[in-house]
Design a protein. Structure first.
Length: 205
């Protein structure tokens, strides 16, 4: 039986999404924890043995290492009901995964990290200058999700898919980044539906 080891920082939503997918599928994960703020993913050992880019999460599959959170989620979910078999539904699920990394995570997750873990007062001037644009882009992402979810329960395929679990991770933490989720009731209802599914685990589990 293949052993899975998640190299993670527990404060990361990208790491949580892998744990969430594994929990829904009943896949056991060993967890190896690192603190990125203390440079623990930049040590010579980590760079040589886990990921040369010094980033997490990394899913270790036996002796192989798979970086990028959505790729790891897709690996775990392969062959399961979380990945639609219909060709269009499958592609539609993928477009939400791509969109999450391009339009959602860079804004909502970044502001959460800056505001909760670093504090705005400690940011470099170049980072501070980016805040208004990231705030606007994060709000636009939440608004797009809200419009989509006003007429459907799930993001793709009419059922829970990998897209919902991947986007749940940082969306449900958006308040920590300074976003008012109450302004997006359709998103709040969707978050509640995801959290009510069997196998769900909380961020701090």
């Amino acid at each position: 039986m293949t052993e899975y080891v998640l190299h993670e920082d527990p404060a990361s939503g990208n790491c949580y999404k892998i744990r969430l997918v594994a929990a829904h599928l009943g896949i056991p994960l060993q967890r190896r924890r690192y603190d990125i703020r203390r440079g623990e993913t930049r040590t010579p050992a980590f760079l040589a043995e886990v990921d040369a880019g010094g980033r997490i999460p990394v899913l270790q599959i036996g002796a192989r290492f798979l970086p990028e959170s959505n790729a790891a989620c897709a690996y775990l979910a392969s062959g399961s009901a979380l990945i639609p078999s219909d060709r269009f539904d499958h592609a539609d699920m993928l477009r939400w995964l791509f969109w999450e990394q391009y339009s959602h995570e860079p804004n909502i997750a970044t502001l959460r990290f800056w505001r909760r873990y670093l504090g705005e007062a400690s940011l470099a001037p170049a980072q501070t200058a980016l805040i208004p644009g990231k705030q606007a882009a994060g709000e636009a992402a939440l608004a797009l999700m809200a419009r989509h979810l006003e007429t459907r329960d799930w993001l793709a395929a009419g059922t829970l898919t990998l897209a919902d679990l991947v986007l749940y991770a940082y969306t449900h933490l958006a308040g920590e980044g300074g976003f008012d989720l109450a302004a997006y009731p359709a998103v709040e209802r969707w978050l509640a539906r995801v959290a009510a599914m069997p196998g769900h685990i909380r961020f701090d589990d």
